[in-house]
Design a protein around this ligand. Sequence first.
Ligand SMILES: O=c1ccn([C@@H]2O[C@H](COP(=O)(O)OP(=O)(O)O[C@H]3O[C@H](CO)[C@@H](O)[C@H](O)[C@H]3O)[C@@H](O)[C@H]2O)c(=O)[nH]1
Length: 464
Amino acid sequence: MAPEEASTATTGGPRRRRVLVFPIPYQGHINPMFQVAGLLQDRGFAVTVFHTHFNAPDPSRHPAYDFVPVPDGLPAGSPGTVAATVEHIFAINGSCEAPFRERLAALLEAPGGRDEVACLVADAHLLTLMDVARQQGVPTLALRTGSAACFRNFMATPMLCDKGYLPVSAESQLDAPVRELPPYRVRDLMAVTSSRHEHDLVCKLLARAVEAVSTSAGFILNTFDALEADDLAATRRDLAGVPVFEVGPLHKISPASSSSLLPQDRSCLDWLDAQAPASVLYISFGSLASMSGEDLAEAAWGVANSRQPFLWALRPGLARGAALPDGFGAETEGRGLVVGWAPQEEVLAHGAVGGFWTHGGWNSALEGACGGVPMLCRPCFGDQMGNARYVEHVWRAGIALDGGVLERGAVERAVRRLMRSEEGEEMRGRARELGSRAAEAIAEGGSSRHSVDKLVNHIMSLWK
Ligand SMILES: O=c1ccn([C@@H]2O[C@H](COP(=O)(O)OP(=O)(O)O[C@H]3O[C@H](CO)[C@@H](O)[C@H](O)[C@H]3O)[C@@H](O)[C@H]2O)c(=O)[nH]1
């Protein structure tokens, strides 16, 4: 069946086709899920968003979708540590299982409900909820919001444990190369943790995500062929039988805007309008990462001492209550702006932004690359170390500031190198090249457009 073709029900009338989506409720996961929903809606699907109460999206910002809240019984506030985040993900799966089962059954049993529903697209961290959908006859597709390289790291983790790379028992192991997953070093792996307990939790999380993908009818990735050709080929080989759809960069290809959980301070765009081209360092550490008060002070003084204009999206809670150091505002007056939360995609696409200091979340890395902006990466946890490694060593479009405590002199030198050196200019050139490759991927006839067509055809084939 052609993707755009309306099907006809046995009653003779046109039958509406519907996809269900269920994001895991973190900003870096909600945005790509809404972008996938927007792509599918654009291709004729009605969309129902199942969501937790925790970090619930605002339905009034997406009037075209139906929303089904699923009680989760979880307290408000972000989990602060790796172990707490993983336990939070397990808790979401557990507490949403019964209410999701009930609400999905109600939707399927409503008049025409079962006829309409083609599939559930769920975050790959929601295995329990995907099982619930499959038990009710709804095929599932898994969305992974990280890179293809990161998912290879997920799949390889049991083998890396068998080979003795993990768990790490001595600091000296961290810089050893992982021969089976170049260019990673041990410190770049997902399951490098600070305790045996955390190691076991992370290994369980990764194994569940791999199971969610390998038992699904399809796998959606926010990446594009020219960016990760080898990792995508290896993922396809290792996942034999599960179709893989690389449809990114989603923030560029999807007609849907992202779904910001925090109010964005748009005044920073006016401030950027008044700055010289490629002069501003944009700083943001995403929605989940945290840093100590000491690191925040070192970061601030490093930026101040570099004398580079900057825009800092300093999320409330980033440094658990610690504020910018005294004297920082006076020292940087006239060349810096601090906001709580920025319209990041627009900021990174703004001509005044010449560099991006990021924690290396995958959305940020993609948004930086698409904006043609070189990056300074200070990874905190999870996939961020691997992303920083790729930015520096594979894309050669940035500098990784990883390992150890942050030190103001190192920050100052890295900012100067990124923003005002010949080497930084070369990184900017390579970032712009990546931006051009991304633009080709999403253009008519491009690899990601083609992947979207295949995804739509595949979902239509699941629609009975
Ligand atoms: O001031 C800001 C800061 C961020 N963002 C947006 O928030 C998202 C942040 O996503 P990301 O950069 O991926 O970071 P996290 O929020 O930390 O995302 C989590 O999810 C990602 C995708 O799975 C992982 O790569 C990260 O490691 C994980 O922490 C991006 O779309 C940004 O555009 C804003 O809109 N305004």
